[in-house]
Design a binder for this molecule. Structure first.
Ligand SMILES: *[C@@H]1O[C@H](CO)[C@@H](O)[C@H](O)[C@H]1NC(C)=O
Ligand SMILES: *[C@@H]1O[C@H](CO)[C@@H](O)[C@H](O)[C@H]1NC(C)=O
Ligand SMILES: *[C@@H]1O[C@H](CO)[C@@H](O)[C@H](O)[C@H]1NC(C)=O
Ligand SMILES: *[C@@H]1O[C@H](CO)[C@@H](O)[C@H](O)[C@H]1NC(C)=O
Ligand SMILES: *[C@@H]1O[C@H](CO)[C@@H](O)[C@H](O)[C@H]1NC(C)=O
Length: 393
């Protein structure tokens, strides 16, 4: 038995050695992240097959330095984590100066962009085939938080030799951080400081509109009818709302949810957005969020009473313990964000034990996706991230 385990360990170690290349073979329709980063004049590295504790394989894109600071030593390291249905591409949707990844590289950071399991870049596993094995898709953002982010951070720390790193999350990229630091509090020790842009934790449904409680069961039905129980497929197969077909309802739902108003985006930004969304996710991620809207809690996945009793030892899923999140967190949010409405963000702000800043974007109409596509985002948001991080250098 021991020999078999040893052999298996050896086999997986060999099979999943991380490889680093300077190209990214995964294209999101017409959008290649490696080509775009290179065309903007930045160095690019793809770190492939970072293995999680439960066998998922993740790719991470890196811009190791900016154009003018190549030889600076001891660069601070930052991990950027995308939102639901997004991927690393979310941080290069704007032009070569204003995209968050480029901006931080120019400011002297070593920039890493994570990709959650199930997205186009991380749609793989040691033994399960996402196209065949439905068990592959039995995860929510809970698993991304307890497995993917820790594996990504372990790898980055090992590769850069840094004790601590900075972290910027957008939406679900914040959810998974909060899950990690509350469920595996030792990871607080590896965070220099975290900026949460539009954090999804408590999501009170706004009255009326698409996400009103009455609409939730309908939304879930639309999702399941459109895509089946497991996967929201990546944009390789259907770019958001460019090929509607049976996804019509689902697509316009996503558009509304993200508050995308195509008329306000520059044509090349809109082009990258429509290529990059959706980057793929498990249906359970969406269901988990809708459960939170109904319960008003920030808690683990609700499998229904009987399975909850087996899994959690209680009829209701346990809440995440926010008092364990002791790394410094700055919360950036806007008042017209329909996906993470202000009431829920304020509740989170009130509970975070080490709140470093509470910053409301001073622009009326700044929406959920504007954190990565607004034309004034450097002035409104990204320059403030750099100021925030300076407090912890
Ligand atoms: C991709 O590029 C080709 C050629 O430039 C163009 O014909 C096609 O419409 C593009 N598709 C999308 C989804 O942008
Ligand atoms: C960094 O150092 C290398 C080797 O000394 C040099 O070739 C390169 O031009 C330098 N880069 C910058 C941006 O100064
Ligand atoms: C939450 O964490 C705090 C700090 O570790 C602890 O004192 C408290 O008992 C925990 N609460 C629950 C409900 O587990
Ligand atoms: C907040 O974070 C700072 C920086 O890591 C740390 O020194 C401080 O002890 C933390 N405060 C709390 C209340 O955890
Ligand atoms: C944004 O929210 C505020 C406060 O709820 C409201 O007065 C305002 O009309 C909203 N603006 C837009 C553009 O939706």
């Amino acid at each position: 038995m021991i020999n078999v385990l040893l052999l298996f360990g050896l086999f997986s170690a060999i099979k999943c050695k991380v490889t680093v290349i300077d190209d990214d073979p995964v294209k999101m329709k017409n959008f290649s992240i490696s080509e775009y980063i290179t065309s903007c004049g930045y160095p690019f590295e793809l770190h492939q097959n970072i293995q999680t504790e439960d066998g998922y394989l993740l790719d991470v894109q890196r811009i190791p330095h900016g154009k003018t600071n190549e030889n600076d030593t001891d660069k601070p390291v930052v991990l950027l984590m995308h939102g639901l249905l997004g991927s690393a591409e979310n941080f290069v949707l704007l032009d070569c100066e204003s995209s968050l990844a480029f901006y931080l590289a120019e400011q002297g950071y070593d920039v890493w962009m994570g990709n959650a399991r199930g997205t186009a870049h991380s749609r793989k596993h040691l033994s399960m085939d996402p196209d065949v094995d439905t068990e592959y898709w039995e995860f929510s953002w809970h698993e991304i938080g307890i497995y993917d982010i820790p594996a990504t951070i372990d790898y980055i720390r090992k590769t850069t030799n840094k004790e601590k790193i900075f972290y910027v999350g957008h939406s679900q990229g914040c959810t998974v951080f909060l899950v990690m630091t509350s469920e595996k509090p030792e990871y607080n020790n590896y965070i220099q400081s975290m900026v949460a842009m539009a954090p999804a934790a408590y999501i009170t449904a706004p009255s009326g509109g698409l996400l009103s409680p009455a609409f939730i069961p309908q939304l879930i039905k639309i999702l399941i009818d459109a895509v089946g129980m497991e996967e929201l497929k990546p944009s390789k197969e259907h770019a958001l709302c460019l090929e509607l077909g049976k996804l019509e309802n689902y697509c316009s739902g996503v558009m509304q949810m993200l508050n995308i108003d195509p008329d306000t985006l520059e044509p090349d930004v809109l082009g990258r957005v429509s290529n990059a969304f959706p980057a793929g996710a498990a249906v359970r991620q969406v269901i988990h969020y809708t459960q939170e809207m109904i319960s008003g809690k920030f808690c683990q996945y609700d499998h229904e009473k009987n399975e909850n009793l087996i899994k959690y030892g209680s009829e209701k899923p346990p809440s995440y313990n926010i008092s364990k999140i002791v790394s410094p967190v700055a919360v950036f949010y806007s008042m017209n964000d329909t996906f993470t409405p202000m009431e829920g963000v304020k509740k989170l702000i009130g509970e975070l034990p080490n709140l470093s800043q509470d910053y409301q974007i001073p622009t009326d109409g700044f929406s959920h996706l504007d954190f990565v596509v607004d034309r004034n985002v450097v002035e409104l948001v990204y320059s403030k991230i750099v100021e925030e991080f300076k407090k912890y250098m």
